[in-house]
Design a protein around this ligand. Structure first.
Ligand code: DGY
Length: 418
């Protein structure tokens, strides 16, 4: 298919999923506003409707909590077909939200939207900057331990069922969960979604947060789950670099942000698993590495960190799969090419890893990630994720962030950079 046809189809998906001031990831399966999905949507909109891109980010940041946290879901409209809805989260805000956060790509995407049209963007970023600064400060105060970002729920990482969480999740007590009906399995084949044992634990963790009123200190001291996510750490570090650039744009001091960049850069070394020779997540309760080389591990260049060992792993995996970048090392015993974050390719991760590789001089590797995303989308459409083995599309279809990444990065007219 010609790329102009795909450009048009991608714009059509963003328009279809546009609910006015926010964009749903895809109708039915995800009928609300999700935090990092929205940031990617803004990046996509910036290529043809920059005003709409800013509105997306403004709607998201308007849901910021008084403590600075920006929630991972905002329940703008009732959608009884989704579980777990606002009543399960028990957050009394208006509109209701979830009680956890998600990877902070907003500052990075806001910078990209600003670059798309600096004149129109300047007043809009001036309005968003303080909120972004407060969100990052919340991360540094409430979540950064030994320079790494602690997550309190796998859903915070966006990589819900990655093997990074397997061991730590075993300790989660599910005896209080009771019976419930999942709605995701009405939309997507069960083999492409998390398993029931995982879902029970996700709900137990939501229950713990709800019962303590989402009190960060209680969750830190007694919560069932606390893992330093390599993806969150790299994404926050990168976002702080972009936030410092935005600070200069709006004439605000950068010193505090520079301290954060230093702390996170030093902390990144805590993610280095010397046995596997790769960046890994760390169970903060036990101190153990999680033994998972994932697509998030390869965000080191995106965070501005060079590493020859990671490049060697990237080359090895590139020789093994037809389509880069699988969400799990195919050599991992849990690798499963169609099961959500345990194998499939996610175009958004190709984009982030690819941006970083290109910026740090690894043009050939960046080009492979981009070429494979193009090929997957051209052959199979704007799916949520794809098999790295044969390109089978999986999960939800008509997907916002796949369309957005096409427009902003993968499409031949996008040039593969910001
Ligand atoms: C879901 O519903 O599976 C989402 O990933 C939760 O954020």
């Amino acid at each position: 298919m010609h790329h102009e046809t795909l450009d048009q189809a991608a714009r059509g998906i963003l328009r279809d999923n546009d609910r006015g001031r926010y964009t749903v990831p895809t109708a039915m399966l995800y009928p609300f506003q999700w935090n990092w999905d929205s940031a990617f949507a803004a990046w996509g909109f910036s290529r043809f409707d920059v005003e709409r891109a800013w509105t997306e980010l403004e709607t998201l940041m308007a849901a910021q909590w008084p403590n600075g946290m920006v929630p991972h879901m905002i329940f703008h409209e009732p959608a009884p077909g989704y579980f777990p809805g606002p009543e399960v989260w028990g957050v009394g805000n208006q509109p209701p939200t979830s009680g956890i956060t998600q990877p902070p790509v907003v500052a990075t995407m806001a910078r990209a939207v600003l670059m798309a049209d600096p004149d129109r963007g300047r007043p809009r970023i001036a309005g968003l900057f303080d909120g972004l600064l407060r969100w990052h400060r919340w991360f540094m105060d409430a979540r950064v331990e030994r320079g790494m970002v602690a997550v309190t729920h796998p859903w915070e990482t966006g990589r819900d069922n990655a093997p990074d969480w397997d061991l730590a999740m075993q300790a989660v007590d599910t005896s209080g969960v009771g019976s419930y009906q999942r709605r995701d399995l009405q939309q997507v084949d069960a083999g492409q979604r998390p398993k029931k044992a995982e879902y029970d634990r996700y709900l137990a963790m939501v229950g713990f947060g709800r019962d303590c009123g989402w009190d960060e200190a209680t969750i830190r001291d007694r919560g069932p789950f606390r893992v330093a996510d390599v993806g969150m750490s790299f994404i926050l570090l990168r976002a702080c670099r972009d936030l410092a650039v935005l600070a200069q744009e709006v004439g605000k001091p950068t010193r505090e942000i520079e301290d954060w960049i230093r702390a996170l850069t030093e902390g990144a070394e805590g993610h280095w698993n010397p046995d596997g020779g790769y960046y890994d997540s760390v169970d903060l309760r036990s101190g153990a590495f999680t033994g998972s080389l994932s697509n998030a591990s390869f965000l080191n260049w995106y965070a501005g960190i060079e590493n020859p060992g990671m490049l060697a792993h990237l080359h090895r995996i590139a020789d093994e799969v037809r389509f880069m970048l699988p969400s799990l090392d195919p050599a991992h015993p849990e690798f499963d090419p169609l099961r959500y974050w345990r194998g499939p390719v996610w175009a958004i991760l190709n984009a982030l890893a690819g941006l970083g590789l290109a910026e740090m001089g690894h043009g050939a590797e960046a080009a492979r990630l981009r070429r494979d995303a193009q090929a997957l989308i051209a052959a199979s459409g704007f799916a949520e994720y794809f098999s790295p083995r044969d390109g089978t599309p999986a999960g939800g279809g008509h997907f916002t962030w796949t369309a957005a990444v096409w427009l902003a990065w993968a499409s031949p007219q996008a040039e593969g950079r910001f």
